[in-house]
Write a protein that binds this ligand. Structure first.
Ligand code: 5GP
Ligand code: MN
Length: 343
């Protein structure tokens, strides 16, 4: 079900007035930020700097190397490593933007630091079931990406001319990564119009594609080989799953972001409706789970119900606190209940 909460004209005017007087702003993406999370935060950061805003992006933890080229990426504070500096910024902030997530449970320790924050939240997000912590909520589950929403937000603010080449590059990146390069069903003709305008405004589309997808290390490619060897096909449920153990990650010198997109290989098999990857965490005692589907089968519901997660109908994440083996057993034991939905 598509749910939309737009900003009112009065809210837009209020924000514009506040941006036009000296204002301290913090911008926060979700933990394990991806292209859409970092792209939307940096685009907003470059946009707000054109007003009287002192803006800081604070990410809960580090982001993958393939996003490091993005304009402004070096100025992002990592809460996990730079807690004191991040806390100072949050304490003095008047507005906190939360981008590409809709529940404060998605930002790890940043949520505790935010107990010092006394100002107003602005949420811009396209995930389902938003919490109600924000004074200003722009939520639209039909949108391809938070980056597409930041583009529309800038238009609502009547600031089309403020979209610089840097902003265009950031927004293009997030739309491209969240749509699987413009192929997921969330990609609309409107998405393509936004992307066309971003290219007109200077987005280096081909260079960005190269920077994100064609900068793999040999270790990463061989880890993909390992993941594909581990793939298990369950034809009676049109389902596949992949596992990666801590040992397998270590053997391939795993770096953050190396497993990005692996789960989609499962979905590329003919007739498959449900693909899952289980990755044993090297830092925490958990198994990180990524779930993808085609059609009506909601991995958002499945992840929420069984694996403390959520996301979108066709792409969600979750976690499990039991062993990799037990997690897979829990998963396969659940499938008979979904047999009809997965036909
Ligand atoms: P990924 O599998 O790439 O980590 O995440 C897929 C989608 O689900 C992304 O949009 C991501 O933001 C969302 N997601 C991932 N993990 C969680 C989670 O634990 N809770 C919720 N609500 N969403 C998640
Ligand atoms: Mn997103």
């Amino acid at each position: 079900m598509i749910k939309t909460k737009l900003l009112t004209t009065i809210e837009i005017q209020e924000l514009k007035d506040r941006f036009s007087t000296p204002l301290k702003v913090v911008i926060i993406p979700h933990k394990n930020p991806d292209g859409d999370a970092i792209g939307s935060c940096l685009a907003l950061y470059h946009y707000l700097k054109q007003y009287q805003c002192e803006a800081t992006v604070i990410a809960p933890n580090d982001f993958p190397d393939f996003l490091r080229w993005m304009p402004g990426a070096n100025e992002i504070l990592i809460h996990e490593r730079q807690r004191d500096q991040a806390t100072q910024c949050i304490k003095s902030a008047e507005i906190v933007f939360t981008l590409d997530f809709n529940s404060l449970s998605r930002i790890n320790g940043v949520a505790e630091t935010l107990e010092y924050f006394n100002g107003d939240y602005v949420m811009i997000d396209h995930h389902q079931a938003p919490d109600s912590y924000a004074k200003y909520t722009y939520s639209d589950t039909a949108m391809s990406s938070t980056c597409e929403m930041v583009y529309h937000f800038i238009q609502m603010m009547d600031d089309n001319q403020k979209i610089t080449k840097d902003i265009a590059n950031c927004l293009y990146t997030g739309i491209m990564t969240d749509t699987g390069s413009f192929r997921f069903p969330s990609t609309t003709s409107k998405t393509h119009r936004v992307v066309a305008d971003l290219i007109d405004k200077g987005a280096d589309n081909s260079t960005i594609h190269n920077a994100i997808y064609d900068t793999s290390s040999l270790d990463k490619l061989q880890l993909l080989g390992c993941a594909l060897k581990n793939l298990v096909l369950l034809p009676e449920y049109n389902t596949v799953y992949i596992t990666l153990s801590k040992q397998e990650l270590a053997q391939h010198n795993f770096k953050k972001g190396d497993t990005e997109g692996f789960v989609n290989y499962g979905l590329s098999l003919k007739g498959i409706k449900f693909a899952v990857i289980f990755i044993e965490s090297q830092q925490e005692d958990i198994v990180k789970i990524s779930l993808r589907s085609k059609g009506d089968f909601s991995v958002n519901d499945f992840a929420r119900l069984h694996f403390s997660g959520g996301g979108h109908t066709n792409a969600a994440g979750g976690r499990s606190t039991v062993s990799l083996e037990d997690t897979v057993k829990k998963f396969t034991d659940l499938l008979p209940d979904y047999k009809v939905q997965l036909q």
